[in-house]
Design a protein around this ligand. Structure first.
Ligand SMILES: C[S@@+](CC[C@H](N)C(=O)[O-])C[C@H]1O[C@@H](n2cnc3c(N)ncnc32)[C@H](O)[C@@H]1O
Length: 208
């Protein structure tokens, strides 16, 4: 084992109020921070060396490898254990000490905002993959989906309509926790008709 230490920190949905103190301690002790620019920006006052993660996994690998014998803190959105860079880093750096600090996931934040629970929910990510969420609507109280550029709320709504689920309720959480947060609740049919560009967002579907 090298002396490299990697700590993967879940930093919550984006607003600094939702970052747990354990993450702040790790950031204070870090030699370098790696993360998306919106995540790095939150920690500007720590004056740490940074490397911006743009989504390119090869670059991430090089960036970590180039900082051997250092304490590297990787900042990920939401919870580190829910669809983050965790599995990639663990498989690429199997012989390196890796700590994980969880965070508040976008699903936890959004369910809380709506006063809902997720004990009987189906939670999934549509990032670059297909998920049979239509089938899950019948067997779960609600379905939570992380969206991406292809699987947008409108694409999901159109798929629901195509499957005769026009009247299910869709909650769309846009820019959760940020000052421009917007949560829209309406039927799938209505979502297909909305003139609104959804960027960073998550979706909850309820059959009621
Ligand atoms: C790579 S996944 C990371 C999920 C994260 N680990 C979590 O626990 O929420 C990125 C997706 O999370 C969701 N997401 C993250 N931050 C969000 C926010 N502030 N508002 C809405 N959705 C968010 C979006 O669906 C985005 O495409």
């Amino acid at each position: 084992m090298s002396n490299t230490e990697i700590t993967i920190c879940g930093i919550g949905p984006g607003n600094a109020d939702y970052i747990c103190p354990a993450v702040l301690k790790q950031v204070a002790n870090a030699d370098i921070l790696i993360g998306g620019s919106r995540h790095l920006h939150i920690f500007d006052q720590y004056n740490k060396a940074t490397d911006v993660f743009t989504g390119n996994m090869e670059n991430l690998k090089h960036s970590i490898a180039a900082n051997s014998n250092k304490h590297i803190v990787v900042l990920v959105s939401g919870d580190a254990g829910f669809y983050s860079l965790r599995s990639f880093i663990k498989s690429e750096f199997a012989n390196t000490l890796i700590n994980i600090i969880p965070g508040i996931s976008s699903y936890q934040y959004m369910y809380a905002k709506l006063g809902m629970g997720y004990e009987r929910a189906f939670l999934a990510s549509m990032h670059g993959k297909e998920v049979d969420y239509i089938g899950m609507i019948n067997t779960h109280e609600s379905v939570f989906l992380l969206t991406d550029k292809k699987n947008t709320p409108k694409a999901i709504a159109q798929n629901l309509v195509d499957n005769e689920l026009d009247n299910v309720t869709m909650h769309i959480g846009n820019n959760l926790s940020y000052p421009n947060e917007k949560i829209i609740s309406c039927t799938a049919q209505q979502v297909t008709e909305i003139e609104h560009h959804f960027d960073l967002c998550s979706v909850i579907i309820e059959k009621k």
